[in-house]
Design a protein around this ligand. Structure first.
Ligand code: B12
Length: 504
């Protein structure tokens, strides 16, 4: 490298409840070993464009890296990219994260994106910044794994980079780069100062609908236990966090590997939440459950997805409906709240599947009334978005909209910002959903969440939740979900929270 490069890293605005931007912290740690970096977090600096231009005006940056997942983050990512292009036309613009990984050609169809880095970014970004510092010749660019770029106007996809197991992750993330950590320690149902952390990387499973499978292709790895200990120690004693959301793609994997991590967590005793699978939890021994209780796991997010064994097979979930029911009971016994997510309205057998899911949800609630339910619309990834191992492998029925026309996915990032595509990316709506079924789902969810308000709702007073629950109980009991007008009116005053909008 000819000089010490300086990179601007951006997290486009997506939520009003900021959490540590773990992706950018990991990237910054990698970049800072060879140069310097500065983070602009749009979840904190709500005027993302203004804050970015102010930062870019203060000192020279060799490039800007923007981290984007599909959905509401695409529009601010475009706005900030266009503003940089206008103000600093020679600054290379690099997109990374889930959106450019899944939709690489679409990303590079935009004139305001120069480079797309697919999957894990630490090594590729450092190599790209270094190559750009040396003039960014074609030969240097062609050797960077996981990079997609343009050669003479043609898009080139370099081979995938090998999965790296996190060994290059620092023992402590550079939280200091974010300024005041207080802004990131908001209250949740877990505690007054909830932090986030990701211990392991990747997921062994390759469910056809999941962005994580598309990113990692079934690779996974655990961190050294010393790293987890160091991070938790810093989060608890250094920053004063009292609870943790674990963002691991799938926290409970092989039991033997989990025990040392759980022992550390049992030592810190900070209430926690994580993503888990029914089959893995069902396999845990009594002694491990004892550790889980001691570590204070409060809630596990479990992808139930569907009440149908055939559908679970089709999407390669690897679990069965009876395992979902069994884990609801098991969690009740161990004092852990299971948070089940469902994918309603699949493109085939749409109505019947949805009605069956409603009945299955009722069964879960009967087995364990504390179960939390999150309902999404099943919006499969386009084949081209899957991991290269999984592309073109399964003959799935073509997706058709309500008029019977084939669904055509967006070809540019700008198109992805249209309301219908943001909803698609958020699993909130699909082109094959009729108005009638959309209404039916909305009404069911209204009755369900009034009857069983989520414990994650800290805003609505207890009395209001009790009132709503009483009001909704006859509808729920008699399955009279349609047109719950009285609940809609009451909701306008109480505004019960929907967990799927904000995440845990
Ligand atoms: C935190 C989080 C959020 C936060 C916001 C985070 C933020 N940017 O501020 C919140 C809660 C707001 C959120 C919302 C949503 N999320 Co989200 N979220 C996550 C979560 C749990 C963790 C992400 C994370 O920090 N990982 C840790 C870091 C270290 O990894 P990473 O982000 O993958 O970063 C690496 C690479 O991606 C890459 N990289 C990332 N950024 C950049 C930038 C550059 C320049 C480069 C080179 C590389 C690079 O390098 C990094 C290091 O290796 C993931 C699941 C997961 N466990 O990863 C889902 C996930 C990213 N979310 C997802 C989605 C779809 C959403 C939603 C859009 C929809 C939904 N229903 O969930 C919503 C939006 C809802 C709404 N209506 O507003 C999907 C994306 C998959 C896809 N199909 O596109 C994921 C994978 C969950 C899933 N399994 O489906 N989310």
């Amino acid at each position: 490298m000819t000089h010490s490069p300086n990179t601007l890293l951006i997290n486009p605005t997506v939520t009003t409840r900021p959490r540590f931007p773990l992706s950018l912290l990991n990237l910054a740690a990698a970049l800072d070993r060879f140069g310097d970096s500065h983070i602009v977090d749009g979840n904190i600096d709500r005027d993302l464009v203004g804050a970015t231009l102010a930062a870019a005006g203060k000192r020279h940056y060799d490039a800007v890296g923007i981290g984007i997942m599909g959905g509401p983050q695409v529009a601010p990512a475009i706005a900030v990219s266009k503003a940089i292009r206008k103000q600093h036309p020679s600054m290379p613009i690099i997109w990374g994260g889930y959106f450019p990984t899944l939709y690489t050609d679409t990303t590079l169809a935009a004139p305001y994106v120069d480079y797309a880095i697919r999957a894990q970014g630490e090594e590729s970004l450092v190599e790209l910044i270094s190559a750009l510092g040396r003039g960014g010749g074609d030969e240097a660019l062609a050797g960077i794994g996981g990079l997609s770029w343009r050669r003479d106007g043609e898009i080139v996809h370099n081979p995938n980079r090998k999965f790296h197991n996190g060994a290059i992750a620092p023992m402590l993330l550079p939280y200091g780069k974010l300024g005041d950590p207080e802004k990131y320690l908001g209250g949740t149902f877990l505690g007054r100062r909830t932090a986030v952390h990701q211990a392991s990387i990747g997921c062994r499973f390759r469910c056809t609908f999941c962005g994580v499978a598309a990113m990692f292709g079934g690779a996974t790895s655990l961190p050294p236990t010393a790293r987890l200990e160091r991070e938790l120690n810093h989060l608890k004693h250094g920053l004063g966090a009292d609870s943790i959301l674990f963002y691991d793609h799938n926290f409970f994997d092989r039991e033997q590997d989990m025990i040392p991590l759980l022992e550390i967590m049992a030592h810190f005793e900070m209430p926690w939440w994580c993503y888990a699978r029914a089959d893995a939890l069902l396999k845990l021994s009594e002694s491990t459950w004892k550790l889980v209780r001691k570590s204070r796991l409060r809630m596990a997010y479990i992808g139930a997805e569907s009440p149908s064994g055939a559908m679970l097979k089709e999407i390669r979930k690897g679990t069965r409906p009876e395992q979902t029911l069994a884990v609801a009971e098991l969690c009740a016994r161990h004092g852990v709240i299971p948070e089940f997510s469902f994918m309603l309205a699949p493109p085939v057998d749409t109505e019947r599947e949805t009605e069956q899911a409603f009945e299955f949800i009722r069964e879960l609630k009967r087995i364990n009334p504390a179960s939390e339910i999150i309902t999404y619309i099943y919006t499969p990834l386009p084949d081209s978005a899957r991991h290269e191992k999984d592309r073109g492998q399964r003959k799935s029925t073509p997706l058709l909209d309500t008029h019977g026309d084939p669904v055509v996915f967006p070809a540019t990032p700008d198109e992805w910002t249209e309301r219908r595509w943001v909803d698609y990316a958020c699993h909130a709506d699909a082109p094959w959903l009729t108005d009638k079924l959309r209404r039916r789902i909305y009404d069911f969810v209204t009755v369900l969440r009034c009857r069983f308000p989520t414990v994650q709702d800290q805003r609505a007073p207890h009395w209001a939740k009790l009132g709503m629950s009483a009001m909704a109980s006859w509808r729920y009991r008699r399955r009279r979900y349609d047109h719950p007008w009285e609940l809609n009116i009451a909701n306008r005053f109480v505004q019960l929270r929907k967990p799927q909008i904000t995440g845990a």
